[in-house]
Write a protein that binds this ligand. Structure first.
Ligand SMILES: Nc1nc2c(ncn2[C@@H]2O[C@H](COP(=O)(O)OP(=O)(O)O)[C@@H](O)[C@H]2O)c(=O)[nH]1
Ligand SMILES: [Mg+2]
Length: 414
């Protein structure tokens, strides 16, 4: 009998990046719960993947035979890593492969893999053999001994980096110090918060919506999960033999973005934010667009009314300049601040309607601006610049709030 034992590709989970409390019913080759699900995120690891699967399988077959699965999550690598990995599933039935075509990025790849996992323990290891596979058994032992989270660390006894340049060592440590200042409650709990090699109990992360940017998934797990006890195991970050690192400057920028986002959404600030439920990200984008409008307005005013240029009358120039600034702001807000909403209503008449509403709201905002300026200046603070700042702030909030409720609102309800 010729049974094809190749696993089908795993379906890519969609929606929020949230780990379910129990394994989803429709995953994988067999429905039985298992102990460990180890995710291997890959991008262009064709030269490594076969070796990685072979070594990991050897170790785990010996340590927890039949009680684990390997999940390769490949972001549609141009070198077809996913295809090669898929061809290995005949020989390694505990291996499953997910090919992502819609999403990208290391952290979300790991979470998508965990979402499809059957294991009680969720783990991650790089697919390039820089994480020494033999440390797996120590991590598993630490978990069995009661840790919620076991992290392979370069900065405890037995740990280190083998071939990093001075620059990369410096950046890595700098990133850690910055993180410690911004998020001591998260980064202070482990010696190597940048580690991408760890295992965690499903129940410690289930239910939390993870929201990572870039590379540092462990920060999310500690910051948003419910991790009580942490164990660390030293390891030496090995040299890469095949393929190349995908770390670029973007990862450092992403990292800072990630820290700030975690800072704002967890802890005290996060609790207050959730209570008042204010869309801060959106507001900041709106305010930034508003600032760009000031420059447009100023430039237009100069071009139209300055004696050195067109020398039109001031009021007429200001009306035109103001209107162009409003148009500028509308276009940016439509394409960026409220992109999620406008994407669902792209027809021209819908756009025009939004623009007209935006225009009206901004004009009303201008009236409000003048009113507040007069009130504050005459009755509260007799300093015209401070009064103006307050007036601008109030008008901006007004503009934002009314536009949020009125202009960028999904009106086509099915
Ligand atoms: N799925 C997926 N994997 C990625 C992505 N970027 C990196 N990886 C994988 O994540 C692991 C670590 O990446 P690497 O570039 O080696 O980082 P470094 O070891 O810190 O230099 C490797 O297995 C990569 O193939 C990505 O965008 N998507
Ligand atoms: Mg690597």
């Amino acid at each position: 009998m010729n049974i094809d034992s190749t696993n089908a590709l795993l379906k890519v989970p969609t929606g929020a990046l949230q780990i379910p409390e129990f394994p989803p019913a429709d995953v994988g080759i067999n429905q039985r719960d298992i102990y460990l699900s180890l995710v291997i995120p890959t991008y262009k690891e064709r030269g490594n993947i076969a070796n990685v699967v072979k070594i990991l399988s050897q170790i785990l077959d010996e340590f927890i035979p039949g009680d684990y699965e390997l999940i390769v999550v490949d972001d549609d690598s141009p070198d077809m890593t996913w295809e090669l990995a898929q061809s290995l599933t005949q020989e390694y039935p505990q291996l499953q492969v997910m090919r992502r075509q819609e999403e990208r990025g290391l952290s979300s790849a790991v979470i998508r893999g965990w979402q499809a996992a059957r294991g009680k323990i969720l783990g991650v290891i790089d697919g390039d053999l820089q994480h020494p596979p033999e440390v797996l058994t120590q991590l598993l032992t630490a978990i069995t001994n009661g840790a919620d989270l076991a992290v392979a660390s370069r900065h405890v006894d037995g740990g280190g980096v083998s071939s990093w340049s001075v620059v990369r060592r410096f950046l890595s440590r700098g990133a850690q110090v910055l993180g410690l200042m911004l998020l001591p409650g998260v980064l202070g709990r482990v010696s190597d918060p940048m580690s991408g090699y760890f295992m965690v109990h499903r129940e410690s992360v289930a239910g939390a919506t993870l929201n990572p940017v870039g590379y540092k998934i462990l920060l999310e797990v500690i910051g948003r999960g419910n991790v009580k006890s942490i164990a660390e195991v030293g390891y030496v970050f090995c040299e890469r033999k095949e393929g190349e690192s995908k770390v670029t400057w973007k990862q450092y920028v992403d990292y800072i973005h990630h820290l700030v986002r975690l800072r704002v959404s967890t802890g005290k600030i996060g609790r207050v934010r959730r209570k008042i439920n204010f869309p801060l990200d959106r507001f900041l984008r709106f305010a930034l667009v508003g600032l760009s409008g000031v420059f447009v307005d100023m430039t237009m005013l100069y071009l139209l009314s300055d004696p050195a240029t067109l020398a039109l009358p001031l009021t007429r120039s200001k009306i035109i300049a103001g209107e162009i600034a409003i148009l500028n702001n509308f276009l940016w807000n439509d394409a960026w601040t409220f992109a999620d909403v406008s994407m669902r209503q792209q027809e021209w008449h819908q756009r025009l309607k939004r623009f007209l509403k935006f225009n009206m709201v901004c004009l009303a905002g201008l009236v409000l601006n003048v009113l507040v300026l007069n009130l504050v200046f005459n009755y509260l603070i007799p300093n015209r610049y401070i009064a103006n700042l307050i007036a601008i702030a109030i008008a901006t909030i007004w503009n934002f709030w009314v536009n949020l409720k009125l202009s960028w609102r999904v009106t086509d309800v099915k």
